[in-house]
Design a protein around this ligand. Structure first.
Ligand code: CMC
Length: 426
């Protein structure tokens, strides 16, 4: 039975339905508010606003829970592969063995990128940020693959095409940026192994696959698979709500992700840790700067809109650093600095009172460094991992009959009506 919240305003009483999610989250359905009362709600940053009903990802920020289609992220990181998790995100259930094999075969079939796209890469100015290039290239894919996805099969092919080609394009752009020959995908390699090979194989030094590295990359991408209505996903949904094509919608999501408060934080964390290392800054000095309201500096990789406790992805990422780096016999001083920062921050009253804990980006860059991924490509790595989530969310939005074009309102605080004044009278 539907419950109602009662709102009394201007002497009028409104009964607003209460929606209850499967995990007990509650929302007041205010869709009739403006029509019935003339009022709108005010919520910059949408901290108290739900924009959709979704069946994809569940987060409990107070308890540090993250589940894709009901399955805890810890279990997926331990047992699943990125391809299997991508299937789960899109289809809502784990694949059978046959379905997974078919998906892997189709990913290989879709892995080549039109040769003409290489020309684009070659002509971007040297030093262009890889996220700007990725956003442009994903939008350009629409021109190379203009077929419309008329049915579920068409959508499946578009999904696999994007997942496979964006990975190839990322490795390709790295090779071209270094002036090296592009390495093509191999049909005998898995999704993650292929990426590492395309990145690091050279005619003078053939790349030798390392199973720990392949596992680490699978986990890295699984952890980034989806995160419900974050800035980039909300962007993808918003652009898609105008019935823009999926390539344009993802391109916009990539641009949102680039921001340092969002996915771009993984690059900023490493730049921050490198600066502390290079300049020999004291940890307490850095913490003091992060607390100082007159200083714009923030501790990158800390804090989250939803998590008010340790981000479960950061926990796994830290464990990965602790197991993968020793196996590879890598000692990264930045890991020591990160741990020292975390220890001091977590015992500091400012961080405790503000519920500021490490988020996914705090340790992810250290893992990527160990894999040999250049810092400027860190956010591209995040974007590849987020593709299945963005695509699943875009499709869910399109299929939801309650969704309309996104069009928030505003409260106008500008000048009241005044007349145009000709130049000579100003
Ligand atoms: N260092 C120092 N103080 C902070 C930090 C930080 N990293 N993050 C938040 N605060 C303080 C902030 O100054 C504010 O203090 P007060 O209430 O005294 O004015 C309070 O905490 C709340 O901050 P907010 O900016 O209102 O919180 P938000 O929910 O709007 O922003 C955030 C969340 C992630 C943008 C923010 O915590 C931040 O800027 N963190 C650093 C960037 C970062 O690591 N981003 C990656 C997020 S996880 C990856 C992903 O995007 O999914």
């Amino acid at each position: 039975m539907t419950e109602f919240a009662t709102l009394t305003i201007d002497g009028k009483t409104l009964e607003l339905p209460i929606l209850i999610g499967t995990e007990g989250e509650r929302a007041i359905d205010i869709r009739t508010l403006r029509q019935e009362t003339g009022f709108i709600t005010y919520d910059p940053g949408y901290g108290s606003t739900g924009c959709c009903k979704s069946e994809i990802t569940f987060m409990d920020g107070e308890k540090g829970i993250l589940r894709y289609r009901g399955i805890p992220i810890e279990q997926l990181a331990e047992h699943s592969s990125f391809v299997e998790t991508s299937y789960l995100l899109l289809h809502g259930r784990l694949p059978s063995r046959e379905e997974l094999t078919r998906t892997s075969v189709m990913l290989n079939d879709q892995s080549l990128v039109h040769e003409d796209m290489q020309i684009f890469y070659q002509n971007f100015p040297r030093g262009s940020h890889p996220m700007g290039i990725l956003s442009a290239m994903v939008n350009a894919l629409r021109s190379f693959y203009p077929e419309l996805m008329a049915d579920d099969e068409g959508f499946e092919i578009t999904f696999l095409r994007l997942l496979s080609k964006v990975r190839t394009m990322a490795a390709m752009s790295y090779k071209i940026s270094r002036g090296h020959k592009v390495v093509y995908p191999r049909p005998d390699y898995t999704y993650c192994a292929n990426f590492l090979n395309m990145m690091f194989d050279t005619p003078v030094k053939p790349y030798v696959l390392d199973k720990d590295m392949v596992k680490a990359l699978n986990v890295f991408w699984i952890l980034h698979g989806d995160h419900e209505q974050n800035c980039s996903t909300a962007t993808v949904r918003t652009v898609g709500s105008a019935r823009a094509n999926i390539y344009a919608s993802l391109s916009a999501g990539i641009s949102a992700l680039w921001g340092p408060l969002h996915g771009g934080a993984n690059q900023k964390v490493i730049e921050m840790l490198t600066q502390i290392h290079r300049e020999g800054l004291g940890i307490s000095e850095v913490i003091a700067n992060a607390k100082d309201k007159n200083n714009p500096f923030r501790l990158m990789g800390f804090g989250h809109r939803v998590y008010k406790t340790y981000d479960p992805r950061a926990k796994i990422m830290k464990q990965m650093c602790d197991t993968v780096l020793p196996k590879l016999e890598i000692h990264d001083p930045l890991l020591d600095i990160a741990k020292a920062l975390e220890e001091i921050a977590l015992s500091d009253s400012y961080f405790i009172d503000h519920n500021l804990y490490p988020n996914v980006d705090f340790y992810s860059g250290i893992l990527l460094r160990a894999m040999g991924i250049p810092t400027s490509m860190f956010t591209v790595m995040f974007a590849i991992g987020r593709l299945p989530g963005w695509i699943a969310q875009w499709k869910e939005n399109l299929d939801d009959p309650e969704q309309r074009i996104c069009r928030p309102r505003q409260i106008y605080m500008g000048r009241n009506a005044n007349d145009y004044v000709p130049f000579n009278d100003r």
